[in-house]
Design a protein around this ligand. Structure first.
Ligand code: PRX
Length: 633
């Protein structure tokens, strides 16, 4: 049986055991799954490679653990509960038996097109059940899924398709999201026109049924392909370390990288963390509002809950449609027990007042979760009082695309909670704070750079097609450590508070973005010579995007120029990367070696320009005054 911690003493004991002898601890967790062949060795690792292998030579298929394993015990229990964008459209339910059959049909459909073990399949879909079904279908036949958030642009989609040389794209025709009607397949068509030569077929799921142009020989309707398939499909035998999926995420430099997760360790860790962080009991209705295009959706809508035999809800819509009470209406309607969302959503709903949540019966809620960015104290308190009614522990979960699962979080009802603190590490997670000189920061009441000194089962294994980049990014800052890119504080009792990124990554509404990516997009504008992008505190989004831009020819119409820049960013990345503020400047503050002093730009953007430190050593100190005077604050 997977360990489900029930009290504080047990947390302490389990944590101590997991650090004393991680291999025995994780082997005992792994025992609770169905393996075709047991592993020979629990762990083989070297952070210098990095070369990390969990459950060495173990054979399994994760979908047998998500689906087949539950058929006898809970075949008629709802596995996926789907709530549509339009509250007047009926909810859909798939029991474990039905989900198993649908996944097998989709798996057979993919096989009929020649998709097999190791092939990459790209997804560009809204939050419809077919997305979860097709993702699991890939895993069933050993194909590697690469889900791209359906808010990304055609250019961003094409980049990801090419990087992973995907064989297929699975998309929807259109998507209704709030009041918007989004032409999803059109974005795929545009991406295909950008030289995605590896793509053999585009599979189109009919979602809204609006008129569509199907490309002959390339495009196939999902229903034509899947409906007639057999509901039985033998799962492919996978090695623990075979790739389960690739998920692209942004870093400080260059294009987004494909984070690689593998079958065995990811399975064990997502199930373990789900069970403990959400304290899921049989019969509970669990709802994570994330999109499956992000890691939260992978680990805590699909895999973690299904591995645990839970009922997991998928929501197609947005929190503000038809009004800003939608989340609470859904909680009441489905008697949701565990609710997991992002601080940006809480802040946006908080701004709409307390009357909306007060209209609904939220008494079913037991645990409230937060993920993706720091949750400020005001939002934490509002969530606690207005949604949890002071009775639901808030689990502020810290983790990353690269970590695969939640690494720091309170355990509800077991460890205490404190606003702004993700608090304690989960079993098996060995956190350290480092200083900038490479020394460990010992003791409590200290700040440092957050690192992890021992592998946990769902740590990333590589970045797709570029192992050296993985080493450089995560394993080279400190010897024998995984570097998270976050700064953190350890309080007097050993709780961790995440301060934020220490690199050039910004977090806008919980969406992670590299400033370099946004700059590259802005620089595509004909009149832009150079740009520098920084984050600044934003009341709702957590961070907003502030762009400083040098132009070639003087801009006569500021508004028009702004619109053009936003259009380019939307085309290159997607609307989520649109700068909130654009300031035209004559120069950027640079060191004598030509490096942009972002620290100064960040301070100016954050209305904190009173103490910029000594700027006299800059190559061009005079621009600082100009930038300060023209700042859009
Ligand atoms: O800076 C941290 C922030 O989000 C980053 C990871 O982003 P991503 O890979 O997109 O994954 C988000 C969902 C797991 C982290 O480096 N972050 C995530 N959770 C928290 C957080 N910052 C503060 N508190 C959190 N609970």
């Amino acid at each position: 049986m997977l360990t489900r911690i029930k009290n504080l003493q047990e947390y302490k004991n389990v944590y101590a055991a997991s650090v004393d002898d991680p291999e025995s601890f994780w082997a005992s967790q792994a025992e609770s799954f169905t393996w075709r062949k047991k592993w020979d060795k629990t762990l083989d690792w070297d952070f210098n490679g990095p070369d990390i292998n969990w459950f060495v030579n173990g054979k399994l298929n994760i979908t047998e653990n998500c689906l087949d394993r539950h058929l006898e015990t809970r075949g008629d229990q709802v596995a996926i509960l789907w709530e549509p964008n339009d509250p007047n459209v009926p909810t859909k339910e798939y029991t474990y038996k039905e989900l198993h059959a649908e996944v097998c049909k989709a798996a057979n459909a993919l096989k009929s097109l020649g998709v097999g073990k190791g092939d990459r399949v790209c997804f560009y879909m809204p939050m419809v059940p077919e997305l979860a079904i097709a993702v699991l279908a890939c895993a069933r036949i050993g194909a590697i899924h690469s889900v791209v958030f359906a808010g990304f642009s055609a250019t961003a989609l094409a980049d990801r398709i090419k990087d992973a040389t995907c064989k297929m794209v699975i998309c929807s025709d259109f998507n209704n999201r709030g009041v918007k009607h989004i032409p999803v397949k059109k974005v795929v068509d545009d991406a295909m026109a950008m030289g995605c030569d590896s793509i053999e077929k585009v599979i189109v799921h009919k979602n809204t049924g609006d008129d569509l142009n199907m490309v002959e020989g390339r495009d196939i309707w999902w229903h034509d392909l899947v409906d007639g398939q057999s509901p039985v499909c033998e799962a492919e035998e996978m090695d623990s370390e075979d790739i389960l999926f690739i998920l692209y995420t942004s870093g400080s430099t260059g294009k987004p990288k494909g984070v690689v997760h593998t079958c065995g360790g990811y399975m064990v860790y997502t199930a373990f963390s789900f069970t403990n962080v959400f304290q899921y009991d049989p019969g509970d209705i669990y709802w994570c509002t994330a999109d499956i295009g992000w890691i939260t959706g992978h680990s805590y809508i699909i895999y973690g809950p299904l591995l645990s035999g839970a009922t997991t809800m998928m929501f197609e819509g947005v929190p503000t449609y038809p009004d800003a009470g939608r989340f609470w209406e859904i909680c009441e309607k489905h008697k949701v027990n565990q609710f997991y969302t992002a601080p940006t959503a809480i802040r946006a709903l908080m701004a709409k007042g307390e009357d909306l949540p007060a209209k609904y019966d939220l008494s079913s809620l037991k645990v409230l979760g937060s993920v993706g960015e720091p949750i400020n104290e005001e939002a934490w308190n509002w969530y606690n009082i207005n949604i949890g009614k002071g009775n639901c522990p808030i689990v502020d979960t810290w983790w990353q695309t690269e970590t695969g699962g939640i690494l720091i979080s309170p355990l509800p009802g077991i460890t205490d909670t404190k606003p702004c603190y993700a608090s304690y590490p989960l079993p098996g997670v060995q956190l350290v704070l480092m200083d900038s000189e490479g020394k460990e920061v010992e003791g409590n009441n200290k700040e440092g750079l957050l690192c992890i000194k021992f592998p946990w089962p769902s740590i990333l294994r590589t970045t797709y097609g570029d192992h050296e980049r993985c080493r450089q990014t995560y394993f080279s800052a400190y010897e024998n450590m995984y570097f998270t890119g976050d700064g953190a504080r350890r309080d007097e009792d050993g709780r961790y508070r995440i301060i934020g990124r220490v690199d050039d990554v910004i977090n806008v509404s919980g969406h992670r973005m590299g400033t370099a990516e946004v700059e590259n997009a802005i620089n595509e504008h004909d009149n832009v010579v150079e740009s520098a992008v920084v984050g600044y505190p934003h009341e709702i989004k957590g961070q907003g995007i502030y762009a400083y831009v040098i132009v070639n020819d003087a801009v006569t119409d500021d508004d028009e120029f702004r619109k053009e820049v936003l259009k380019i960013v939307t085309k290159e990345i997607g609307p989520i990367a649109k700068p909130d503020k654009i300031q035209i400047v004559s120069g950027l503050p640079k060191t004598r070696s030509g490096k942009i002093m972002r620290r100064i730009l960040r301070k100016i953007a954050s209305s904190d320009a009173s103490n910029l430190g000594d700027v006299s050593t800059l190559l061009n100190p005079e621009v600082v005054t100009e930038i300060k005077e023209g700042a859009l604050v």
